[in-house]
Design a protein around this ligand. Structure first.
Ligand code: NAD
Length: 299
């Protein structure tokens, strides 16, 4: 501990991660375009920068946790970006879920300046971010992995080396594509069962001791009332937004196109989530696909 860490992007995930870094004894400098997000961290003892360049000036390691590829390009390579002021030898860790080709682009720019850029997207969600139990999927030069792990251990439990830069994103994108497919499948099966007259709790308990079981059926069931502490039982609020899942499925689509890979169900899930996004579900948790499939009042 005792490291000088910069943290950029203090949203649902980044906020609690930055707080955990502070609580582990690091000196932390933060930046977010939304000032409210910074004042919380400031109250907890963090310094504040006015832009990514100011954060980089005061840090040896920088972590970014931003919504998408465009935000990452801006924070590193934009005007007042990290690349303007970070010292040679700085370790730049991007934990956002973005296009692996953008991770490679950022790594190449960093290398020219003698800095090290690695991708380290996470799985685990907001609860795991708060508890410090995230899983990190790390891509970058293998000799840098121990340095990255030393800092990521302050915010996560499983830190996994995946290969060269972009490999962490590749692993994350595959996982989330499967998650979406499993969620749509679970919602379809549950909707069919309920319409056939089955009690959703009974059907879930059967699925969860049978071969149809998945994380989506067992831990994150999409039917209201089946599990107590999931978004489905809280009007699909909190959790992992439909808009973010749609973004991740778009990344899977791009990667599949570039690598000539067939992903028929991933493509279908992408279009289904895109449809939900334009039909008012963008901010609801992605398990709301169950609600989207339900019979409406007048049909
Ligand atoms: P979020 O929208 O809650 O937070 C993003 C934050 O970045 C916001 O506070 C925003 O103001 C800030 N921001 C945007 N542009 C900025 C810029 N140029 N400079 C500084 N700050 C800027 O998003 P989140 O839920 O924290 O997700 C962040 C990333 O983590 C996404 O890529 C997401 O896909 C991924 N992720 C999210 C979850 C989850 O459950 N929410 C789980 C795993 C991975």
């Amino acid at each position: 501990s005792g490291k000088r860490v910069g943290f950029i992007g203090l949203g649902n995930m980044g906020g609690p991660m930055a707080l955990n870094l502070l609580n582990k004894g690091n000196s932390v400098t933060v930046f977010d375009v939304y000032p409210e997000a910074m004042s919380k961290l400031q109250d907890a003892g963090a310094s504040v920068g006015h832009n990514p360049a100011e954060v980089a000036e005061k840090s040896d390691t920088i972590i970014t946790m931003l919504p998408n590829s465009g935000h990452v390009q801006e924070a590193y390579a934009g005007e007042n970006g990290v690349f303007q002021t970070a010292k040679p030898g700085s370790l730049l860790i991007d934990s956002s879920t973005i296009d692996p080709s953008v991770s490679k682009e950022m790594a190449a720019l960093a290398e020219k300046k003698g800095m090290i850029f690695i991708d380290a997207p996470v799985s685990g969600g907001v609860m795991a971010a708060k508890a410090g139990t995230l899983t990190f999927m790390v891509g970058g030069p293998e000799e840098q992995f121990p340095n990255a792990r030393a800092i990521l251990e302050h915010v996560g439990k499983n830190i996994v080396y995946c290969g060269p830069v972009g490999s962490g994103q590749a692993a994350k994108i595959c996982n989330n594509m499967l998650l979406a497919i499993n969620m749509v499948g679970t919602a379809e099966a549950m909707n069919l069962g309920v319409r056939l007259g089955l009690d959703p709790k009974l059907l879930s308990s059967i699925i969860n001791t049978s071969s149809g079981r998945s994380w989506s059926s067992e831990i994150y069931n999409p039917v209201p009332g089946v599990l107590p502490n999931v978004p489905a039982s809280n009007n699909y609020e909190g959790g992992f937004g439909t808009a973010l899942m749609t973004k991740d499925l778009g990344l899977a689509q791009n990667s599949a196109t570039r690598s000539n890979s067939a992903i028929p169900l991933g493509s279908l899930a992408h279009q289904l989530y895109r449809l939900m996004t334009v039909r008012g579900y963008a901010k609801k948790d992605f398990s709301s696909v169950y609600q989207f499939l339900q019979k409406s009042e007048n049909s």
